[in-house]
Design a protein around this ligand. Structure first.
Ligand code: NAI
Length: 369
């Protein structure tokens, strides 16, 4: 496999580290897209990829996405990501996670890890036994806990910004809002929307998730995922898996705004154009779902919830800025977001902002025992 060719196609990563630990069978790849703004923060995905090439492509894509997300979240952090190649259900052991932690530690703070698909706060507690560069730990280990708290809060800010752009005020009261996927983030979002006085439609493929919500918020309307996507509503909030917005779905949508937590909502980049052609306002996923990374990033300074919440509240302003840039530049909000993120990273590169802002490559997250 030609690794430089692969990274080039993904627009130039600083560093890609292949990690193999013979005793535990750990196979991991850590990709650092950029440290221009600071240490590269991003989660560890534990997944049984079909091939090594798939694992590599995923980590390269994801690490670039984290650089953009962290840049627009206003964090002085670069972007990175790691994948552990294996089935977490059968191969995840303490020894393997600790071996992984030693590899994270070996990068001396250029990469700071966190949870992602296939890893959880308890796993990060274990990784943190070997490394100082770990966030997403449990509160009892000095961590920020479940990041879905501020993810949902941030999506709410994105919705308020979209409402302001579309209807002239941030009020969500009386708006019909469809939440597709009521897992960790979706269920918290439903609660926040209920407090705002919105009319809420929900869907989930897991009947238990629906039951939990129906008990918590009896006024919600329950629909199938397909029916929800095409229902008349003000805001559609994809909060399940990625690639929910397909070319085929766009003509059938009956919403004015799309703003949800799911990563990689656009099944194809052209979907952003198709939505704009239909005057459906799309709030870029990585902008509005940044509350989670803002929450775990705060661990680096010793977690203070209120400080992280205030920073996540800034998602309102950032989303507004992106809509304004998209309108004035006659580009989609996705393109505007990418341009703003790239500009912030480029400025940091030019000014060597990381050094002047006091970024210390040896920053440590409070270590746990
Ligand atoms: P989760 O796994 O707790 O919840 C996802 C829910 O979606 C589950 O209840 C699942 O049954 C349901 N679901 C799956 N396929 C569906 C479909 N086709 N239609 C409707 N429902 C479906 O995951 P979580 O943490 O709530 O994350 C949701 C999304 O937000 C994911 O895409 C995740 O990558 C993204 N995200 C989450 C963050 C966090 O802090 N948890 C941070 C940033 C992004």
């Amino acid at each position: 496999m030609r690794v430089f060719a692969a990274t080039g196609k993904h627009e130039g990563h600083e560093q890609v580290v292949f990690c193999y630990d013979k005793p535990t069978g750990l196979r991991a790849i850590i990709a650092i897209y950029s440290t221009a703004l600071g240490p590269a923060l991003g989660g560890t995905r534990f997944h049984p990829y079909a091939t090594e090439a798939q694992a590599l492509h995923d980590v390269l894509d994801l690490s670039r996405g984290m650089a953009y997300k962290n840049a627009l979240a206003g964090l002085n952090l670069g972007g990175g990501k790691a994948v552990i190649w294996g089935d977490p259900a059968t191969t995840k052991t303490e020894q393997l996670l600790r071996a992984y932690g030693r590899f994270v530690e070996s990068l001396s703070g250029r990469y700071i890890t966190a949870c992602d698909v296939g890893t959880c706060v308890e796993d990060m507690d274990i990784v943190a036994r070997e490394s100082s560069y770990v966030t997403g730990r449990s509160p009892s280990h000095g961590g920020a806990g479940d990041s879905s708290v501020l993810t949902a809060f941030g999506v709410l800010q994105g919705m308020r910004a979209a409402a302001t752009h579309q209807w002239g005020n941030a009020q969500l009261s009386g708006r019909t809002i469809g939440v597709a996927g009521v897992g960790k983030v979706g269920k918290r979002l439903v609660k926040l929307l209920s407090e705002e006085g919105a009319k809420i439609l929900i869907a989930d493929t897991n009947p238990q998730a629906i039951i939990n919500i129906a008990q918590q918020e009896p006024s919600v309307t329950i629909m199938s995922p397909d029916a929800l996507a095409e229902a008349p509503m003000d805001i559609y909030a994809p909060c399940a898996m990625g690639r929910a917005l397909t070319k085929e779905l766009v003509p059938r949508l009956q919403c004015a705004v799309i703003c949800g937590a799911a990563n990689n909502q656009l099944a194809h980049p052209v979907v952003a154009e198709l939505l704009a052609d239909r005057a459906i306002l799309y709030a870029p996923d990585y902008v509005v779902n940044a509350g989670g990374v803002i929450q775990v990033a705060d661990e680096i300074y010793g977690f203070v919830f209120e400080r992280a919440r205030q920073r996540a509240a800034g998602i309102f302003e950032t989303t507004q800025k992106i809509f304004a840039a998209a309108a004035s530049g006659r580009v989609t909000p996705s393109a505007a977001a990418d341009q703003l993120a790239e500009a912030r990273i480029a400025t940091a590169e030019q000014l060597n902002l990381a050094a002047s802002a006091g970024w210390d490559a040896h920053v440590t997250v409070h270590r746990t025992v």
